[in-house]
Write a protein of this length. Sequence first.
Lengths: 248, 325, 286
Amino acid sequence: MAILEIRDIFKDFDGLRVLTGISLSVEERERFAVIGPNGAGKTTLFNIVSGKFRPSSGTVMYDGDEITRAPMHQRNRRGLSRSFQITNVFQNLSVFDNVLAGVCSHAGLRYNLLRRPHRNQSLCRRTEEILEEVGLWEFRQTLARELAYGQQRALELAITLSTEPRLVLLDEPTAGMSRQETEEAIRMVRRVTERMACMIIEHDMNVVFSLAERIAVLHYGMILACGRPEDIRQDQRVKDAYLGEQGS
Amino acid sequence: MKGKGSLLRWFWPLVAVAVLVALPAILPRYQLRLVNEALIFSLFAVSYNLLLGYAGLLSFGHAMFFGVGAYTTGLLAGKGAAMPFFGALALATLVTTLVGFAVGVLLLRVRGTPFALLTLAFNALFYAIAIKWSDLTGGDDGLKLFRPAIDVGITQLNTNAHSVFYYITLLVVGVTLLYCWYFTRTSMGRTVLLMRENEERLRFVGYNTSVSRLILFTFTGSLAGMAGSFYALFFSFVSLEAISIDMTTRVLLMTFIGGTGHFLGPVLGAGVYIYLQDFLSDLTDRWPLIMGVLFILIVLFAPGGLSGIIRSATGFFVRQDNAKG
Amino acid sequence: MQEVAVYFLHGLAYAGLLFLVSSGLTLVFGMMNVLNFAHASFYMLGAYFAYSLLVYTGNFWLALVVSPMALFVLGALVERFLLRKVHELGHLHELLLTFGLAYIIQEGVKWLWGTNPQAMAIPSFLAEGVNIFGVTYPVYRLFVFGLAVALGLLMALALYTTRVGIIVRAAVDDHDMVSALGIRVPLVFMGVFAFGAALSGFAGVIAGPLLTVFPGMAHTILVDAFVVIVVGGMGSLGGAVLASFIIGELQSFGVILFPKFSLALIYMLMALVLVVRPEGLFGERQ
């Protein structure tokens, strides 16, 4: 069954139509990429799926339930998590605390006036596991703002994973990375998202074709094509509109 | 090594407690009263710092909780009232808690400058209400209080005795402050920090920030209300000053001068402010000017306040990754 | 009916003062995102400087010109050496700085001039009354209103026709863009801040004879100025004009209709706007 189903999403901003009739679905444990030129509406789509915006019309179904108007925190508690293109972490807290936040949240420990998260063995262990997965364990006591760029992106991913999601939305996870960093990022994303569905916005075609099992091409707020990577590669419309300009 | 370290951690706090307990035997009455006042304002300032240093919210209205606590106590312990000591204290704190909740509901989605302005507006509103309801609040004349004695089985504690009142303050305020310190390590305490850093991301990891905001406001409001209650009982008098913007200014100055970057910063600030005020007001009428200059100097050159300065110099007041500055 | 007209005119005069004070405040906020708590302190200093100049020279017009100039210099110094220093520590710190500055100026004024209110004499030819609606109305209040209107028009002219004015408006709108265009933004900031201080000081000078000169005068107008910029929209001059008018009239009529509550009424208006429509009448949604 599809874990995410988007039906007929329209989004208008002050008279400007940004998304037109978007429909797509993502299967459990599938890696789904959304590509398209800047301004095509990709991040807006993510914002609608993750709950930052409400669509002007249309529905978003998660795991069979409608979440179109659900608040962000509720979506996350059901297993939907997102990362950000511009690093959006807790700057003045340690890497450990950054990830602990989500781990505690998943365990239901959010506003407790008596229990201390740092004394909770299982929560701390889980946090350290996640940090190991993204390669940040040695930096666990470093303040987030003191991390190098690549490490910040890793932290960004770690926070996204900390709530044990079943669907992650990754917004340009390799933005600003060097060739080598991108290769490592691809490996890491593939490794950590094995058990979950994953929707990725990307500009780097290398990343897209390495990771995606299915691709949707967005162009001026509409889906131009949707299908498997080989098919998208051959699709003439896509080539004309997008890939052709980029080169492959 | 770890064992020795954890024992050592308790050394200085225990010394401090021992000193505080011994003070009535050491200090003359006047000085003891200053310490008492400093304790009360420590609670007020710590509650303020939970908003400022920990949650990153600059409030210009904290005196409204303080004042509500003070006035409620004034009514419960005033002429003809028969309420017991702790009953009055508890009820005043409860009332303030409700006010804190109500204000929290109104301030749910506001930060930064609009937050500062709104809290200023509320404080002014409370002040205006206090003036208008002069039948209740005594208006410019204020309310006189009579400290209820405390029944302890066979005998009664005379709360008008300075040392008795001091020990009560030390006990109640002390335990409350201890909990506040503990609070900063609890799940909710950590959530407050997370809210300061990135409220949006916090929502994306499953926290309902409206709930955490409300809890924060209710909690800090009730703490300030308790402080206000003690204030009223301490001076046996409440006036408009307790609910004025000047009172908010006072706690802001105390907290910031002490330093927002450490839990004990506001405690230090309260002590310094009260002593300085006492010392300077004998010398000049314009001691607020000196306070103001001190404040500005700290804003400009030592944003971590006095505790920050001490930290750089001696390594005391080590930051527990709680705050900026 | 006559009474209503009189209160209306009173409101106009106060609205004029409010506009002069809040226009600088709103421009500074729109441009630098700093709410200057000390802005009304500049107003008060303007009044006190003018008072002293009047005492020493007896010349009102001299005070009217020199006092704002002194505030211009002071404003520039404050921006350059105090505000800028605190800028990188964040908004909270900027607020704390301006707040602390207001506090010091308040206490400083009490120290230098004492706590008693001081009267300022209105220049003789403005001390007359004029016949309006069958009532003899003080000319001076009309003078205050007239000056505010004149200055407002001059500002509008400068902002919309001169190159400097266009730069300032652009900086209020989007200062990252402006600095990307190579314009020396720090200089623009300093200039606008200083100008706002001077304008505020000017308002203080003309307010002096009207409202007397006393240490609390900063606080009373600060409140109203805050309400004006919130209601009008932070960064909007047009909003400041309209809101000044509204608040001015509200204050004028409010004092007789709800004497003890009038202050709270104004604050409640601000709270209402902040909660319901935070961008004010003409502001832009952040």
